[in-house]
Write a protein that binds this ligand. Structure first.
Ligand SMILES: CC(C)(COP(=O)(O)OP(=O)(O)OC[C@H]1O[C@@H](n2cnc3c(N)ncnc32)[C@H](O)[C@@H]1OP(=O)(O)O)[C@@H](O)C(=O)NCCC(=O)NCCS
Length: 206
């Protein structure tokens, strides 16, 4: 049943892409850009922070949080230039089974509420995957709810076993995702095999 649902979903995405690509009158109303944090003006970082709900502030990874390397995939309204979506890809050294592993991670993709469902998230994810493919880490990780897992499977992410990682909280507090609080998904490049063992995000969760 799940396979049939997935197949129907994939076919719909394909048909949708085909329709838009071959229908010049349906030109998109947004642009997608990819910018490294090092080249991102401070004011834009602030704006990106603002996109995270205030209630999450400092408990989850924020664009203003220090991180070795961050690439922002941004969606803007073509006419006004307004930011309508963001998808940060962070590069971080985590541990799996106590062994260090450098990964990329999709750290909170968000599309403006009133524009959701118009394939802006899909366009950002496609751009994000180009970056992930080009970056050196062999694995890309994300955390999401089970409903969204179906969506990410389309980009090659698979759920991993025991995906309730440890993570850091402000003030040196350590915490662990509860079982059933969501799923951890991994995209593996070049047939790389995800190592076994407990996952420690070694920083704020994303
Ligand atoms: C998740 C999100 C980024 C998707 O962006 P979007 O532009 O709305 O999505 P798209 O229009 O590209 O939709 C792509 C597919 O994902 C599905 N989808 C979108 N949001 C979804 C959600 N919250 N749960 C499950 N599926 C979702 C759509 O139904 C669509 O499926 P379809 O092709 O079968 O119709 C956006 O809905 C969002 O910002 N949500 C709130 C923040 C959030 O939950 N972020 C994810 C953190 S892991």
């Amino acid at each position: 049943m799940n396979h049939i649902t997935e197949l129907v979903g994939c076919t719909r995405v394909f048909a949708y892409d085909l329709f838009y690509r071959h229908n010049p009158t349906m030109e998109s109303t947004y642009t997608i850009e990819s910018i490294n944090r090092a080249d991102t003006p401070a004011r834009l970082i602030e704006e990106l922070d603002h996109w995270m709900a205030i209630r999450f502030k400092s408990y989850v990874w924020m664009p203003s949080a220090g991180e070795k390397d961050v690439q922002f995939i941004l969606a803007r309204d073509k006419a006004s230039g307004e930011l309508i979506g963001r998808c940060p890809i962070i590069t971080r050294e985590i541990t799996v089974g106590g062994q260090p592993l450098t990964i990329t991670a999709v750290a909170g993709i968000i599309v403006k509420d009133e524009l959701q469902g118009q394939r802006i998230g899909d366009a950002m994810m496609k751009e994000a995957m180009k970056y992930v493919e080009h970056a050196s880490p062999k694995f890309c990780v994300l955390m999401c709810n089970e409903e969204l897992a179906r969506k990410y499977a389309r980009y090659g992410f698979e759920c991993i076993e025991g995906g309730n990682p440890w993570f850091d909280q402000p003030g040196g507090v350590r915490a662990q995702y509860k079982p059933n609080s969501g799923v951890t998904m991994v995209y593996a490049k070049d047939d790389a095999v995800w190592p076994e063992g407990e996952l420690d995000l070694k920083g704020l969760p994303f």
